[in-house]
Design a protein around this ligand. Structure first.
Ligand SMILES: O=C([O-])CC(=O)C(=O)O
Length: 166
């Protein structure tokens, strides 16, 4: 059987670490999977915010061009930074995934969406929408600094980040 070269299945994180371990970083945060896409990859965009998802909503409502939005919510699970409506907008706008160092809600619906979603956990409480935070700045968690423009590969085993597309 022939597999296409851009299939995420060719980018198992364990294989990437075995092949490129000294050049790529592996995030040690233990995320849960939420979206229907268990394997996803793409160039990194970032948001840093705290219990306010105004910027997350704005960015995921703009064209994603196959990118992965990495949201550093400071690890707070006191409110959700993503729910089903914003996630559906991300699908419509061509994002491949969202990694949230924080919480999501509407998790049953997230399971049905053609999107990769990783987050620490869930909380039904919604976040503020003041738009406080920063866009496309380096963000750090799980021993990894995620820089806009790097490539992120995610699957059931974890998340790895490379300076270039692998
Ligand atoms: O609006 C929010 O804060 C999150 C949410 O519930 C959604 O995306 O549907």
């Amino acid at each position: 059987m022939t597999e296409t070269t851009d299939s995420p299945s060719n980018h198992a994180t364990a294989d990437l670490i075995d092949a490129h371990g000294s050049e790529i970083d592996s995030c040690h945060t233990q995320f849960r999977q939420f979206g229907r896409h268990r394997s996803f990859c793409g160039p990194v965009r970032t948001v840093r915010c705290h219990e306010d998802n105004g910027l997350v909503k704005e960015i995921l409502n703009s064209a994603g061009h196959g990118a992965v939005l990495v949201v550093d919510g400071g690890g707070s699970v006191r409110s959700a930074l993503l729910g089903d409506l914003i996630a559906a907008a991300a699908v419509d706008n061509g994002w491949s995934g969202v990694v949230i160092h924080g919480a999501v809600r509407d998790s049953a619906t997230l399971e049905t969406l053609d999107l990769g979603v990783k987050a620490l956990g869930t909380n039904p409480r919604k976040s503020d929408k003041d738009g406080a935070g920063r866009v496309d700045v380096p963000v750090t968690f799980g021993g990894v600094t995620f820089n806009p423009g790097q490539w992120l590969y995610s699957d059931e085993d974890g998340i790895v980040v490379s300076a270039t597309q692998l």
